[in-house]
Ligand binder design. Structure first.
Ligand code: ACM
Length: 502
């Protein structure tokens, strides 16, 4: 059956059920959205309307919500009695993906089906994820992609039962979210004069302006689309470093307005960071207010990574502020800054998540850590009673090479093979049960300095994301068995036109 991710429990019996033109759909009122999803992803491509049925029977699909099941848990029964799907409060979209994968791969084709017989083998599946955070991050700042591609990434994430799409919306090289109160963020900050060519160490440029942004309306619609697929969009506004595009738009946000620079055209870490005035804190709060309006996500990502402290150390204004706040050093200033954002988010019933540098200078109460420089940040956070998402660059940075660089398109560096990804264990060895309980899950990162096209994003994401999805679902086993399933899964990706690495 070659399901990816592999379900927790599956038993088969001989025989197959047929999806036909006359198959009906009987859905609980609470399962209305899942019924629509089933019609879209299964009914339409199979040429079946899945018209509402009055009662269950051999030629019906039954969709039920059972609040007694865990949130993302589901049961799927396919037998001569018909198809019965039962899900926890958020389980049904994942069951729909399983049913889709149980059908012939042609169900993923966008053109005519060529007369495929829509048979589903008799199975009993009981399935639930091990981890509640199963994510993929897309960096839309280093390269902007059309909004249609964000939908495609959401759909591909959903196919693999991920539940988080994290959008890295701002960075030194571009600001991608429309903010009504600060129009220059996108008028100025969404555009750069050119981009680097080749590896950044070569210092070459293409001379071609690059940019783009997403309107709040576009992002709201994307959020709604993702929700029906069981996916939360987690937005990231990276601060107080990685803010050069915003400072280019509003120089007063920087430590020295005279030193503001245009939106960055080169990759790497930049010295220009936010100043630590109350006015700048207010700016960040205002931006986050609009972010909260668009994104209902419980977690809001505020970055916090790679904030060089030189400006704060050299700026008399920042030093005066440090003394006024009674803080010992610039690291403490970063922690103070993140703390202000955490307090703001908490006031609005949300939670802060940031890259592991938010541990520097002391971790803000309630903050969740995304551990990227390795696992230590996540380990320290979990031991201190904080939640953590494990994203070590060694295993989850999909901008790294996936095979020896010879013969691969240019990448930032590193080497993370499919097999390494598949072997990843999100709960680090040595954590006691309580700390292990703070490991929410894992996430793949698509940093986009070296991913100028959407096809290239897909090439780097797949099939490594297939492997990480199974790790996050908690059913990864023998690599050889996985690659065998992957071979069949590739036919689905082929029908979808995914430009994965073969
Ligand atoms: C990061 O890679 N700077 C989180």
């Amino acid at each position: 059956m070659h399901l990816i991710p592999r379900p927790a429990r599956l038993t088969t019996t001989p025989g197959a059920w047929q999806l036909t033109e006359t198959t009906g759909l009987l859905a609980d009122p609470a399962a209305g959205e899942a019924a629509e999803l089933l019609r879209e992803l299964v009914g339409r491509p199979a040429g079946s309307k899945l018209a509402p049925a009055a009662e269950p029977g051999p030629d019906t699909i039954r969709l039920r919500v059972d609040p007694a099941l865990a949130d993302e848990e589901y049961r799927l029964s396919v037998s001569a009695e018909g198809v019965v799907i039962t899900g926890g409060r958020r389980g049904l979209p994942f069951a729909v993906q399983t049913l889709r994968q149980l059908l012939p791969a042609e169900i993923f084709a966008t053109g005519p089906d060529g007369g495929a017989a829509w048979a589903v083998p008799y199975v009993e599946i009981e399935d639930a994820p091990r981890f509640g955070w199963r994510g993929v991050m897309l960096d839309v700042a280093r390269h902007w992609y059309p909004v249609e591609f964000l939908y495609r990434m959401v759909d591909l994430a959903a196919l693999h039962k991920l539940n988080v799409v994290h959008l890295h919306l701002t960075d030194d090289q571009g600001w991608r979210m429309e903010i009504d109160r600060y129009p220059r963020l996108t008028e100025v900050g969404a555009w750069r004069a050119e981009s680097m060519l080749g590896h950044y160490t070569e210092g070459r440029y293409d001379g071609v302006p690059h940019g783009g942004f997403y309107t709040k309306r576009e992002l709201r619609d994307l959020v709604a689309h993702a929700r029906t697929r069981g996916i939360t969009i987690v937005p990231e506004i990276d601060m107080p470093g990685h803010m050069r595009a915003a400072i280019a738009a509003y120089p007063e946000l920087g430590d020295d307005p005279g030193r503001a620079r245009p939106v960055a055209t080169d990759w790497g870490v930049h010295e220009q960071v936010l100043n630590v005035s109350e006015e700048t804190i207010a700016f960040c709060r205002h931006v986050l207010e609009e972010v909260l309006e668009v994104f209902p996500s419980e977690w809001i990502h505020v970055g916090g990574d790679e904030c060089p402290k030189r400006e704060w150390e050299e700026s008399p204004r920042a030093q005066a502020r440090l003394r006024e706040l009674g803080l010992p050093d610039a690291d403490a200033l970063q922690s103070w800054f993140i703390g202000r954002m955490a307090a703001f988010l908490a006031e609005h019933g949300r939670r802060l998540i940031g890259w592991d540098e938010i541990l520097q200078g002391g971790l803000t109460p309630g903050a969740t850590v995304m551990s990227w420089r390795g696992e230590q940040g996540g380990i320290d956070a979990a031991r201190a009673g904080h939640d953590a998402v494990m994203c070590p660059h060694t295993h989850t940075y999909f901008d790294f090479y996936q095979a020896e660089p010879d013969g691969e398109p240019l990448a930032i560096g590193g080497l993370t093979t499919l097999e390494q990804v598949y072997a990843y264990q999100p709960v680090p060895a040595g954590l006691d049960a309580e700390a292990a309980g703070h490991v929410l899950g894992t996430q793949g990162q698509l940093w986009s300095e070296y991913l100028p096209t959407t096809a290239h994003v897909e090439y780097m994401a797949f099939p490594r994301l297939c492997a990480l999805a199974e790790v996050a679902w908690g059913t990864a086993g023998e690599y050889a068995e996985f690659t065998e399933r992957l071979l069949a899964h590739r036919r689905r990706l082929d029908h979808l036109g995914v430009a994965y690495r073969r």
